[in-house]
Write a protein of this length. Structure first.
Ligand SMILES: Cc1ncc(COP(=O)(O)O)c(C=O)c1O
Ligand SMILES: Cc1ncc(COP(=O)(O)O)c(C=O)c1O
Lengths: 433, 509, 509, 433
């Protein structure tokens, strides 16, 4: 082929590069491995991840739920996972229809009118919601609950750094574990109030009450959900009056996979549809009147609007959104409810047992879904480490990771995948550790 | 007739899951609840619980779920069916081996908040990928956190902002003025959007008749003293290498700015040349392009950022470091960091695949892939040179650019040519991008295709050019072989229907 | 036009791997040889080594291999696309979960000659499957060794042969005469073929106008005293339950013969009735039908044999038994066994899937599946009753039988109706079987389909019936939506081309 | 639906069954398990298969070779694994073309003219070859080498029991390890001589010499191959004069999976095409002259010929044949050669090391491919058990399993998947055990 193109050598392919930018040596990366060697290498590294082999009560933004086998087998069809963003609708109808179904399911669960085709994850979805609130209200102050996932808050801080938005903070009531919203905080220039429910400490917030106060000042209520399984049981944010709902969709059939890829859900009211960031699939018809789907309202997006776009996002989390769509469809109406109820029931059981333990207490009184804070008699991180070593169970997350003032607190998450035996082992372990 | 008959074809007419729903059907089974049940009201007061019984959420059997998604999947084109020559998108073969690696339970089942000492394998994967990407780009500082290219851009330009603020402070007038981000008119839309998000004002640089950045114009723009930086794609979106790259970088540096490179086109450079050796300060890579992590119908992606040691203090936190004892840990001790751009550590599943790609190719293989990618683009450029108009004659790198100039006389435009390609079994090229070229057709074959198929593509394009002359209508009406014809996107945007609603409600809407 | 254009479509025109081959391409990489190399001549003298350098064997890159098989796969219909109503074939949904189970390394990587104490899990799987199949059939003796239905038949009738020889000896004239295997004229072709292989002479029993075995004729045939046994399918291949089954069995038994049941249609009986309770002596099951192990485009299958305690001594060896201590072992101590019918223990991978099927359904689920399978067949029978001719009016079990009688007047035959169904997105039913019914169309929907899709099928069949009246040519020319039209099978058989050869050689041939 | 059909209850669906055959109780099989429970159950059973976790030198009819990942991912496409036998060619061209490619590849490797679409496995393929030889020659005596896999021989004995065929035996030369064929054995009425090469003891037979003698008497030479990887290096049976070649195709990308499913290869000469058992795919054209493939020469088969068919086989091993086809294509011309050479090289290395061990000997002198017999100083079964327990390696197959008169012999198989380190561990282990 080279010669057919009148080239003497592969080097000549790069004649248009000045000599002084050419790499004159081989890359200093390893030589090629055979398939079998590669698999052995990665299996060996995976074996070092001891935590993946233990029963675990970790949640805090990433949740272990059972994913029906069909999900992975369907998303591995070449037709889905090796396709590009559906820029050519006539040969991308599979992807487009799935996105439309995803958008609809997200609307149904969140109780909203419009949802986009996905964001990177829950944390970036929240940051985009803050930016959108500013666009919608033209106001620049946003109050964020201190019970929002700490990493979500950090991401928002990064995103607003140069957007002329100031982030205020809403404290957590130390007895209920819920966010307290004093009218004073709600001065005129507030664009939005951001609350997470269930919040980072597992407590279910009283969203209705928030909505009333917030709307009274002309601000928007942004609700964040990190545990999407809760949609199966809790009153939808939309039904409570939320204006923007963002969520992490990982709970819907997506492996925890050390933090990603996950999928951000973003939903809002009809009237804000043209302010929404990211892609939207919509219905369209061909000459013969056949229904199909296309990416629409593109005038919001960067490839048309450039610096005036509602967001810079381009590639989103398509395949993960598909996995979530298949999960929601396979479990369906009843399955989503049953998973949520099992989570709540098992968490309640664990909470009772742990609460009854000598020296351990449950600092917060508000109702929870499947996560709750435990206050240990001793420093939590060490306690959890001993628990892992002696009882081979990951008992939860030491909150000292995010706040030094909480040395003895840890967050326990229970899902339908935690067997009673595991819970009992955890309780026994805590007793002894 | 075939088409009319096909419209009664069940696979061709799969409804929405909501339309397929049948009350009482189930596609799942959970283990029975194994703890003593608490009355639901004790768990959560009624006002906190859903009262809509999830109305409208579908109910399907497992076989119906499988049939639904299998049927609609057949409406998609995909890499495994053939050439997917989307310019700038680098649609290369996705190795099944890498999919297997990403599904090893020790990785897929690892919680991001597991103690580092119990996640050493995962940290090692991230550390080694960091090392290899630093070597490939020639830029030692790196963060794997960004979730896609645009996210990497945002990270990169925010780092530039932070670096300048650290250098000049934020108070002096001089500092306040330094807000201009220069971007060529050929750049991808994400570039200006990302610059804007980072508080920059965008100024556009012209391209020359050769399709290169206009140095003169660049110098003019830099004269103002308000230039914070430049965002440059190289090879640029015309598929041409910016041969003045070193000079461009020094012009910016002398003007007190920093250079950001959009690495979307790194598939033309891996193993051949390194941005770090060209004077670039910071770059993002698209693991879902250059490093073959599957595009998944629109993600997930992964857009690591690589930078000079000077910019390292501003990288997002945390990153993975190796301790004396050979163990790995997260390092968040970076006071000048721009902060976090995403919860946790980035799209780890993509990090696994990219590392697997680098290790199965090996250093020779990485360079060979680059050579093949460029060679294939040259083959198409050569094959179509006499048939389609080429806006620039500099030799293409990994992608080649044509226009519809010769076909428009007959009323056939780029869009028509693209749609007609579908009938020949190929996915269209990228169209109408870059914006600076009227009727642009940007063709990127990648290294994952053999000569025979390249020739089939060239033949198809020539055949279409012939049809444009002799039988334009066939091209204008294309595609003819798909389930639906061209869809009315204008009408769709005018009265958007963005979700399904139950019939009666829909009527209401 | 669509069709002509489609012929230039790359996916529609994928060549043979040999035609795609390009010298020097590779789709694999092995680890480097890690032992010191011995000169090849010391290993093997030249005359024992190949001297053709594997000429003609293809050379492809990995992406080309993937594209090749992915492209040709799209030319197949499959269960996940829709209804696959092949009568007698029980094409039900294949659970992905069972595929996952079969790939667990501890099973897939287990060598058949591993010591039993190191393979207890595999033996347990076989043992438990044996127990469950015995319960389902009501026949306690069992061997999992046969690889498919026909293989199970062969095993079963050989057991009958062995049992009779053990009872009557092989020397007496009476014994020598006992060589007749009775088989209804409606039976599947494998039945007589298997009987013949086992040294029986086949005599055919007539069916009644109701589609049942003709008892009178059966008695006549038994009068001769030369009857060794009967091979009966129940429900029979007309989809009708042989309600005289008990009497049939006793007639055979009184005549000194044994009854073999072809279990291909067990999907109509699981959890509802048991062959062992009907007087059957031995049966084979098709795990790749009733128990949903994937048919794989023609196998692998699995055809376990179940029998009465009387016949147990004649089963193939080995089978799995449980010791006092709860451990499992192979038992080959069966002096009267017919021997081995296959190396090792049968298609173990299918045993895993079938056990998974039984355990995920549970005992209730197994019966519910049977009910749904019969209900669905009834629905179709009812839906098409006015449109197509039904040869028998007894209510169908899991499959229903129609003929083309009403359509032939217009020159449209079963074959045409079958081909036309393809254009409507359905796989055709089984056609021209059973042989006793002219223009037979045997429709088996199975339990894996919902009412909506059943109705779509009924509508399609009615539409075709209408076309047969108003537009016969469309039906006669069907299918219109496939990559190739009807193929000339007669010509293909006259001058068979059974392998690819390099062009020049082919010319020679 | 029931009521729509005028039925009152599901029971009524079975009204056509006499009451006395109805099962009046629930089946005595377990209640339904959830996906997660099922997977745990099978994982637990799999964990009891200790042998699957050890390096292994077992062969003897089932071989561990590396299978490229693409094989499993391609055969798991619904289009392949959920399709039926291609009775309707217009919508089965994928399966049919793959079969045609399989037949061609089998012909190329075996050096024959015609191959069928597959048999159940190597053992049943050999039995069918014996039956075919009788059909072709109308002779009834078949001589089978004592060095044919013992289980293959047992299967043949079962198949011929009522076919009026008598099986004779050809002894093995105890010094060379090859089959000895004395002219005397070859009386006039011999239909065929059946030899395996490499034979059960790993020795490569001198097929050319066999072919000459066998053909001289008008009999057919049937060659059996259990290790298909040997085709990459050894002279093809066809080139040596074989009339029928049968083989086990498991080596071509198929997991050992405790003995099945595997795939039988069956090839012969053009002139015997119409005597071949099983299915055949052939080229056919449609009205527009487009090339396609169909199942052909069906008049040989049971569904047409019934008791006069060449065989009773119906369902064969389609999906496994596809896996083998993908394997042969992915490795291709060079890969098949490289695998074969690595097997031979590694086996030679292992053989040298073990042969040099104090007290161990190599009884046979004939050249081998990748298997060889070792004579231990003590009883082999116990030796191998100790080896497994103390050194966690499965050292091979104790031949006492098949012949009591070989208490100290065991069969060692080495493939490209056995690392040098494993071989050295085996040698070290044998030394100490
Ligand atoms: C040149 C260029 N820059 C940036 C991007 C954005 O990357 P991503 O889609 O991963 O956000 C793309 C991808 O479309 C691109 O082609
Ligand atoms: C009634 C009947 N008997 C026997 C068989 C043969 O079973 P197999 O194809 O598994 O050998 C079949 C399958 O086609 C069948 O339908």
């Amino acid at each position: 082929m080279l010669h057919g193109l009148g080239l003497g050598s592969a080097e000549e392919l790069f004649d248009s590069l000045p000599a002084d930018v050419l790499l004159k040596r081989p890359l200093d990366t390893p030589a090629a491995l055979a398939e079998s060697e590669l698999l052995e290498l990665f299996e060996a590294m995976a074996a070092k991840n001891a935590a993946a082999r233990r029963p675990s009560f970790l949640g805090a933004g990433a949740y272990s739920h059972y994913a029906p086998t069909i999900i992975d087998s369907l998303i591995q069809r070449s037709e889905f996972f090796t396709a590009y963003t559906p820029y050519q609708p006539e040969i991308s109808q599979g992807t487009l229809q799935a996105i439309f179904e995803f958008q609809t399911l997200v609307c149904q669960l969140t109780g909203m009118d419009v949802a986009n085709a996905s964001m990177y994850d829950g944390s970036t979805a929240m940051a985009e919601a803050v930016l959108m609130a500013e666009r919608v209200t033209k106001r620049s102050r946003v109050l964020v609950s201190a019970a929002v996932h700490p990493e979500y808050l950090q991401v928002a801080e990064t995103y607003v750094a140069h957007a002329g938005i100031e982030l205020g903070r809403l404290e957590v009531d130390e007895t209920s574990g819920r966010t307290s919203l004093d009218a004073a905080a709600l001065e005129k220039d507030v664009a939005a109030v951001v609350v997470q429910s269930p919040n980072f400490y597992g407590c279910v917030e009283d969203l209705k009450a928030f909505a009333e106060q917030v709307h009274a000042t002309g601000a928007l209520l942004v609700v964040v959900v990190t545990e999407a399984a809760s949609f199966g049981l809790l009153r939808s944010p939309g039904a409570c009056g939320a204006d923007i709902v963002v969520a992490e969709g990982q709970s819907f059939g997506v492996p925890v996979s050390f933090g990603g890829p996950y999928v951000g859900l973003f939903a809002t009211r009809e009237k804000y549809a043209r302010q929404i960031p990211g892609r939207l699939a919509g219905v369209a018809y061909d000459k013969e009147g056949r229904r199909g789907f296309v990416l629409t309202l593109a005038t919001r997006e960067q490839h048309i609007r450039r610096e005036k776009a509602t967001s810079n996002i381009c590639t989103n989390e398509g395949l993960i959104a598909l996995a979530a769509t298949i999960y929601m469809t396979a479990l369906g109406r009843r399955g989503l409810q049953e998973v949520a109820e099992q989570c709540a029931q098992k968490a309640a059981y664990a909470r009772r047992q742990i609460g009854a333990l000598e020296g351990f207490s449950l600092p917060y009184s508000a109702p929870v879904f499947n996560e709750f804070v435990v206050r240990a008699p001793s420093e939590a991180e060490g306690l959890l480490r001993r628990l892992a070593e002696s009882h081979h169970v990951t008992g939860g997350l030491a909150l000292s990771r995010y706040s030094a003032e909480r040395p003895n607190d840890f967050l326990v998450c229970v899902t339908e995948t935690n067997k009673r035996a595991d819970i009992d082992a955890l309780v026994a372990g805590l007793k002894q550790s | 007739m075939t088409i009319t008959k096909a419209t009664t074809h069940v696979t061709q007419n799969e409804a929405l899951v909501f339309e397929r729903s049948q009350t009482g059907r189930r596609g799942y089974r959970l283990p029975a609840l194994d703890v003593d049940e608490t009355p639901i009201d004790e768990l959560l007061p009624a006002e906190l619980r859903r009262d809509d019984d999830l109305e409208g959420v579908p109910e399907l059997s497992e076989p119906d779920v499988v049939r639904h998604f299998t049927r609609i999947s057949t409406w998609n084109y995909n890499i495994d069916l053939g050439l997917y020559p989307l310019g700038s998108c680098t649609m290369k073969y996705n190795s099944r081996l890498n999919e297997k690696v990403a599904r090893i339970p020790g990785f897929a089942g690892l919680h991001p908040l597991a103690p580092a000492e119990d996640a050493q394998g995962a940290l090692q994967v991230m550390y080694e990928l960091q090392q290899h990407l630093a070597e490939i780009t020639g830029l030692p500082g790196i963060s794997l956190q960004p979730a896609a290219g645009a996210h990497g851009e945002l990270t990169g330009v925010m780092m530039i902002r932070a670096a300048l603020d650290a250098r000049d402070g934020t108070t002096s007038d001089e500092a306040k003025r330094r807000k201009v981000m220069l971007i060529p008119d050929s750049a991808h839309g994400t570039n200006p959007a990302s610059a804007h998000l980072s508080g920059f004002t965008v100024k556009t640089i012209r391209s020359t008749s050769e399709g290169l950045t206009d140095l003169e114009h660049l110098r003019e723009l830099c004269a103002g003293g308000d230039v914070a930086g430049l965002m440059l794609t190289n090879p640029n979106t015309c598929g041409i290498f910016e041969r003045n790259i070193k000079e461009i970088c020094s012009v910016i540096h002398e003007a007190g700015g920093l250079v950001y490179m959009d690495g979307a086109n790194m598939n033309a450079l891996v193993g051949v040349a390194r941005p770090g050796d060209m004077g670039v300060d910071v770059i993002h890579l698209n693991l879902h392009k250059t490093f073959s992590t599957p595009h998944g119908g629109g993600g997930p992606g992964s857009g690591p950022c690589c930078c000079t040691t000077e910019l390292e203090p501003f990288l997002p936190v945390p990153s993975v470091v190796k301790a004396e004892d050979g163990s790995y840990k997260f390092d968040s001790d970076r006071p000048q960091s721009i902060g976090r751009v995403k919860a946790f550590y980035g799209n780890f599943g993509m990090h696994l695949r990219a590392l697997a790609y680098i290790l199965t190719h090996g250093n020779d293989g990485l360079r060979e892939a680059t050579e093949a990618a460029v060679l294939n683009a040259r083959y198409i450029a050569e094959g179509l040179a006499d048939t389609f108009d080429r806006p620039f004659d500099s030799p293409p790198m990994h992608e080649c650019l044509f226009t519809d100039k010769r076909q428009t006389r007959k009323g056939v435009h780029t869009l028509d040519i693209a749609k007609r390609l579908i009938d020949y079994g190929f996915h269209p090229m990228t169209i109408y991008f870059p914006l600076i070229v009227q009727g642009a057709m940007l063709i990127e074959p990648t290294e994952s295709v053999g000569r025979a198929e390249l020739q089939q593509f060239v033949d198809a394009m020539k055949e279409i050019a012939r049809e444009a002359q002799e039988d334009a209508q066939t091209v204008l009406d294309a595609p003819h072989t798909t389930r639906v014809g061209r869809l009315d996107e204008a009408a769709a945007a005018r009265k958007p229907v963005l979700r399904w609603r139950p019939a009666e409600k829909a009527a209401g809407a």
